[in-house]
Ligand binder design. Sequence first.
Ligand code: GRF
Length: 184
Amino acid sequence: MKIVVFFSGTGTNLRSFLEQEDDLSYEVVSTFTNNPKANGIQIATEFNKPCKIIDHQDYLERETFDQEIYKYLEGIDFDYIVLAGYMRILSSFLVDAYEGQIINIHPSLLPKYPGLDTHKRALAAHDTHHGTTIHFVINELDAGPIIRQESFPIEPNDNLESLINKVKEIENDIYPKTVSEYLT
Ligand code: GRF
């Protein structure tokens, strides 16, 4: 199974995909970012993977930017697009073009807290549990069919930073494995 990994920032999930590539059933054929300053670019380079950079700030409209992504994707042979901390909403034409082929990981127990600031919102609501969700992407934000969810209890001494770290640790562990096991 051939995958393209999209990221916008730190890239811990990207790293995890690349580190486990030899042991799992996918091949990372390319990587993509909208952010020329993303740390993930160094990670892709470290693993000798191509990294396509298209800066979204060079485009006034999302659709025009996504047309460039579409051109890039049309030049690659892949089965799935794996969003790993990709912080842009995809245009509907792009989601439609690759229906059922785009996977995302979202740092909350969906349907709770779609969108941003999920950890903050879980703390503010005094939730007993927090977690992460792997799901298919549809044309509604963070709302597609759920593939896997993993939760953990929020401890009394948890704060924003500890929640971010706990979620990422789980994500780094389950995201590559889940893509490998559940998708063919
Ligand atoms: C992850 O927590 C993911 O759920 C969210 O953005 C974060 C990306 O982290 N969408 P990283 O760039 O993979 O370290």
